[in-house]
Ligand binder design. Structure first.
Ligand SMILES: Nc1ncnc2c1ncn2[C@@H]1O[C@H](COP(=O)(O)OP(=O)(O)OP(=O)(O)O)[C@@H](O)[C@H]1O
Ligand SMILES: O=P(O)(O)OC[C@H]1O[C@H](OP(=O)(O)OP(=O)(O)O)[C@H](O)[C@@H]1O
Ligand SMILES: O=C(O)c1cccnc1
Length: 489
């Protein structure tokens, strides 16, 4: 298909209503007023006790490159009929704001700002969709991966999902997120190349079927590849596959590195135990049993309980598509806006559902670490002019059920939001993906085990400071008065 408009920028990777709102701000002369938006999710995915933040690297790239191309502008003008003056305005638009963000690999929780964007409202509005798109997916997959890692413990896990991912972008950014969450490798070679992450792979049934026998197929593979994992379930795992793999490994001896065998169907517990026995009896104590086939943390937990003898788990579909919860649900809300006098005014969105009432004002998030245990007591959201690092004692209370409260002393308050963009310039250098993985791993040591179990974890506290709470109540009262005044008119 020949395209009329070249796909040469990501600036229109946004919802139409953003462009229409931007036009309204511009036409009304509000567009340069400063807005503060916060990006957060309300509910942890998969019923997990924590999430792993991912998406910052792509977000920074997107903001740095933000610029409507000539083809974007022609499309808006010719096909969607935006007027010439607005098109001229858009032509010169760049992202010039400040951004504060969680680091990738940070443990994050519901209702705390993960990203704070401070920019002229027109810019902050136009980037909403892309930022949510990036963070929602990558954080979801990193979290799913971490759940799997919690269950497999020290076993290796390879990410095999590219063929089932929701298109190509999801495959590669999903692979990166899977590594952040704790997996060892991906089968996606492009992800390996782009992100400098380990790639690994075995072979498929098609290669076995392309030869007359498994024996010939394994030999042919071994002639080209020093490292060999033979797929043993094409015809009959225990009667033909494993014995053939052992035979070929014995014949080739040290000329190959016989890493092990992969089982991709049947009863994994039974087959892996029998395979382990056969490998050990043949003297291949170090050869590993790989398994794959629609695995996720639930099946793996079950297989482990049954005593399956597995060394490496290959996981595709259920990880890369976040099969049991396909969306994270992060939102991007206006919390403060410059008024006509140049002062920032906090904003609020009211809802009948207490959890959906936004928390007004520019905020920061601190992790409150108990100095005695080194464990986290919870996260503490403050107005950005507060500094809990300077306080001896803080009161932490549940943001909805406020009677649940505690006083905390002898703590370190670790700020979680870092400035990553200043006046449109990127000020943050992303660590390598493997460093991010290590960071996520180390962060998990801050959590008590109750928050880390995959089934019904304890709810980790995310509390508001008194000042933040008072400010929210004040804004709610203001809105109430506004509604009453309106009704009396
Ligand atoms: N011992 C076991 N306990 C629980 N689940 C298992 C066990 N062994 C395998 N499974 C899982 O059960 C499912 C088996 O699915 P299914 O019967 O469709 O696979 P199969 O026998 O491999 O056939 P196919 O060739 O179609 O993949 C997979 O998700 C697999 O991971
Ligand atoms: O089951 P998943 O968790 O999604 O893991 C990836 C799956 O992809 C492959 O199967 P596929 O049937 O696509 O090809 P194959 O012929 O290589 O088995 C592989 O053998 C796994 O079963
Ligand atoms: O390398 C493998 O074994 C592999 C890769 C992708 C999908 N399934 C298996």
């Amino acid at each position: 298909m020949t395209r009329i408009y070249e796909d040469d920028s990501l600036a229109l990777h946004t919802d139409l209503y953003q462009i229409n709102m931007a036009q309204t701000y511009w036409a009304e002369g509000l567009h340069e007023r400063k807005a503060i938006f916060e990006l957060y999710f309300r509910k942890l995915p998969f019923g997990n006790g924590y999430a792993i933040f991912a998406g910052l690297e792509r977000m920074l790239q997107y903001l740095k490159d933000f610029k409507l191309s000539e083809s974007d502008l022609s499309y808006l003008q010719n096909e969607l009929n935006y007027n010439e003056d607005y098109i001229e305005f858009l032509r010169n638009l760049r992202f010039t704001g400040d951004v504060y963000s969680m680091r990738e690999g940070e443990l994050v929780f519901g209702n705390e700002p993960l990203v704070r964007v401070e920019a002229p409202i027109v810019e902050a509005q136009l980037v909403e969709t892309a930022l949510l798109n990036i963070v929602n997916y990558q954080t979801l997959i990193a979290t799913k991966s971490s759940r799997i890692k919690q269950v497999v413990k020290d076993d290796n896990v390879a990410e095999f999902g590219s063929r089932r991912a929701h298109e190509m972008d999801a495959a590669i950014w999903g692979a990166r997120s899977a590594i952040i969450g704790g997996l060892q490798s991906t089968s996606n070679v492009r992800a390996g190349k782009l992100f400098d992450i380990p790639v690994s792979g075995t072979h498929a049934h098609s290669m076995v079927e392309a030869f007359d026998t498994e024996y010939e197929a394994f030999h042919a593979y071994a002639r080209q590849h020093k490292n060999c994992v033979f797929l043993v379930d094409t015809y009959n795992t225990l009667k033909i596959g494993v014995p053939t793999a052992i035979k070929v490994a014995k014949e080739l001896g040290d000329s190959i590195n016989f890493i092990g065998v992969r089982i991709d169907s049947g009863d994994i517990t039974f087959l892996s135990k029998e395979t382990r026995k056969m490998l050990d009896e043949a003297g291949f104590y170090d050869a590993k049993v790989f398994v794959s086939n629609d695995l996720d943390e639930y099946t793996i937990l079950n297989l482990k309980a049954q005593g399956a003898k597995v060394d490496v788990w290959g996981i595709g579909t259920k990880l890369i598509t976040a099969y049991d919860q396909p969306a994270l649900g992060a939102v991007y809300k206006l919390v403060s806006f410059e008024n006509e006098n140049g002062e920032m005014e906090d904003t609020i969105k009211i809802s009948g559902n207490a959890e959906k009432v936004t928390t007004p004002g520019k905020k920061d998030v601190y992790r409150i670490i108990d100095r005695a245990t080194g464990k986290s007591q919870g996260d503490y959201i403050t107005m950005s002019d507060e500094d809990p690092q300077m306080e001896e004692r803080i009161k932490m209370f549940h943001p909805v059920h406020t009677f649940i409260s505690k006083f905390v002393t002898n703590f370190d308050a670790v700020p979680l939001l870092t400035q990553v963009v200043a006046k449109g310039e990127i000020t943050y250098t992303s660590p390598s993906v493997m460093e991010i993985q290590e960071y996520a791993n180390n962060n998990l040591n801050l959590l008590w085990d109750e928050y880390k179990r995959s089934l019904n974890p304890e709810e980790y506290p995310v509390d508001l400071s008194q000042k933040c709470w008072d400010n929210k109540m004040r804004k709610i009262q203001e809105v109430r008065e506004m509604v009453e005044n309106f009704l009396q008119r």
